[in-house]
Design a protein around this ligand. Structure first.
Ligand SMILES: NC(=O)c1ccc[n+]([C@@H]2O[C@H](COP(=O)([O-])OP(=O)(O)OC[C@H]3O[C@@H](n4cnc5c(N)ncnc54)[C@H](OP(=O)(O)O)[C@@H]3O)[C@@H](O)[C@H]2O)c1
Length: 302
């Protein structure tokens, strides 16, 4: 598989593609989706206290029969229910059914009142053995500088939003982290396909996909891989998961990467005057239809 491991600054190896449970919800379907990912060859699970499905992730992990050491588990402190960091990790470990996680992240700098004291608590979790590594998520350079000013342990990773439309903005942060020995993890890499289709990135991605006889999502994952980051992605579909893994072997040329970077810097599809008018007419028609229906059934809205 082309998704090698990357060495963390704590000496451990992190698999460079992860299966995330953010959008999976809860219940048996979630267990089945995580199980499908493990079955398909994913060996890195990414979850969080706020996803409220650590229990399902843990159930799938145990049902899989895989050895604990064969799976890299990341979870995050999300400051849910007003719980402190220490209580939160113990709840997460219980939900996941493990003695330790491989990486424990502060989900967002906004959720901790004070970065240095939160980080000191994270350091204690690592020295107590509840997690092998500690890191952060959604931290910008200024947050990392505040943290590093008093840190005894440099964060092993910073998990951030990374896709072609934010590359220009995020590149200095990626460079900063890499210089400091902090591994960058990229989430929502597929946004140009899933949430912002129709922008400048579509053309180079489609062109490369056609040439390589692969799907556009594979090109986007290979683009992220070319930046030297860990990719955190997800899917409910077995065939798509196989394509994600196969994307590890997709070799993009320097020109391919530059063309996606350039298209990303041109931005996602913007509202033109024409789309604005079209949407306004659509909204007006919808409003008129709702008013008509209400008056028909005798509901007085005004
Ligand atoms: N630290 C943070 O703050 C943070 C924030 C966001 C996410 N994350 C982590 O990153 C993980 C992945 O996040 P994400 O879901 O935003 O990642 P993503 O990799 O950008 O998107 C994955 C989604 O894309 C869909 N997809 C893939 N190819 C597609 C295509 N060709 N057309 C339409 N849809 C397509 C999949 O849907 P199907 O199920 O239909 O295949 C799946 O739901 C999360 O689960 C979480 O672990 C962390």
């Amino acid at each position: 598989m082309g998704w090698d491991t990357i060495k963390l600054n704590n000496g451990n190896e992190i698999p460079s593609i992860a299966y995330g449970s953010w959008t999976l919800g809860g219940g048996q379907p979630t267990v089945d989706h995580v199980d499908q990912a493990l079955d398909g060859g994913f060996n890195h699970l990414d979850t969080a206290q706020s996803y409220r499905n650590e229990l399902e992730v843990g159930t799938a992990l145990h049902d899989s029969g895989l050895k604990r050491d064969d799976i890299f588990i990341t979870t995050k402190y999300s400051a849910i229910d007003g719980l402190d960091i220490d209580t939160s990790i113990h709840n997460s470990l219980k939900n996941l059914g493990v003695q330790h996680v491989d990486l424990y992240l502060i989900h967002n700098p906004r959720i901790v009142p004070d970065i240095p004291s939160a980080w000191a608590q994270m350091e204690k979790l690592q020295s107590d053995g509840f997690t092998k590594g500690i890191g952060v998520s959604n931290f910008e350079i200024s947050h990392l500088e505040t943290l590093l000013a008093s840190a005894k342990v440099t964060p092993a990773a910073n998990q951030i939003l990374l896709h072609p439309y934010v590359w220009q903005r995020q590149a200095p942060l990626v460079e900063y982290c890499q210089k400091k020995g902090i591994v960058v993890e990229a989430y929502s890499v597929l946004i140009p396909l899933t949430h912002q289709p129709g922008g400048a990135v579509d053309a180079p991605v489609k062109k490369i996909a056609k040439r390589e006889k692969v799907e556009p999502e594979q090109v986007l994952l290979a683009w992220a891989k070319s930046k030297g980051v860990v990719v955190v992605t997800s899917s409910t579909k077995k065939d798509r998961l196989q394509r994600y893994l196969a994307a590890g072997d997709l070799k993009l040329t320097d020109e391919d990467i530059a063309s996606i970077d350039k298209a990303g810097s041109e931005g996602a599809r913007r509202f033109t005057a024409r789309t604005f008018v079209k949407r306004a007419i659509g909204l007006a028609l919808f409003g008129a239809a709702v008013l008509g229906a209400c008056s028909y059934i005798g509901v007085d809205l005004i």
